[in-house]
Write a protein that binds this ligand. Structure first.
Ligand code: HQG
Length: 181
């Protein structure tokens, strides 16, 4: 079983294109696990049928907690771009959060703040290691921005739970982007 391929396909289905799998997300992004498994198995692109154990295995061994099984349902914890709004649990952020990005995006970010771009939320990291990992997807030497998160929260910016390393926000105005770490 190619678990990387399966994890990517699940993320694609649950974050970006549930309709391609005839899935309907509820307002927190959940779908019945059984429906997801059946949909993935229809393509027959794995060396054997995908089972619940495989999804549990991916969640357990992954370096990032991308998905969550709750009862008989599964969801992506962050990363959504679907048109329907996925509601996330509000949280009070820590004092400081980080965001790893590219040198290319820096001027625009310093002008407009952090915007969700193609996704529903801005993705922030709880530590610099995670931010570096995020930034390295697009820039070998990423820019790590330091966010004055608690101040932003106290001024009315809303934050939400992603996973233990990722916190989401609607928009982070540029005055809360303190400096490069
Ligand atoms: C940038 C992955 C111009 C932003 C990661 C980022 C994460 C702006 C890009 C998760 C901007 C959006 C999300 C502005 C922000 N002008 N560019 N005003 N504001 N940007 O992929 O945070 O492995 O949508 O800096 O690890 O990179 O898939 O967001 O570079 O946790 O599980 O616009 O996805 O997780 O890119 O990544 P993305 P992201 P997975």
């Amino acid at each position: 079983m190619d678990y990387t391929k399966l994890s990517k396909e699940i993320s694609y289905a649950l974050r970006h294109a549930p309709w391609e799998y005839e899935l309907e997300l509820d307002n927190e992004g959940f779908v019945p696990v059984e429906q997801l498994i059946n949909a993935v198995n229809e393509s027959g692109k794995y060396d054997r049928p995908v089972a619940l154990d495989d999804l549990e295995h991916i969640i357990e061994v992954s370096d990032k907690k991308r998905h969550e099984i709750h009862g008989d349902k599964i969801r992506a914890l962050y990363g959504h771009s679907v048109p329907m709004h996925i509601s996330k649990e509000p949280v009070i952020p820590p004092d400081i959060l980080y965001h790893g990005t590219t040198h290319k995006a820096l001027d625009a970010i310093m002008n407009d703040g952090l915007k969700p771009m193609g996704r529903q939320y801005v993705h922030l990291s709880v530590d610099t290691e995670t931010a570096v990992q995020v930034g390295k997807r697009r820039d070998n030497d990423p820019v790590i921005l330091k966010i004055d998160a608690l101040k932003a929260y106290n001024d009315g910016v809303r934050f939400y739970k992603g996973n233990d390393k990722v916190i989401l926000a609607d928009h982070v105005p540029q005055q809360y982007i303190m400096d490069e770490y």
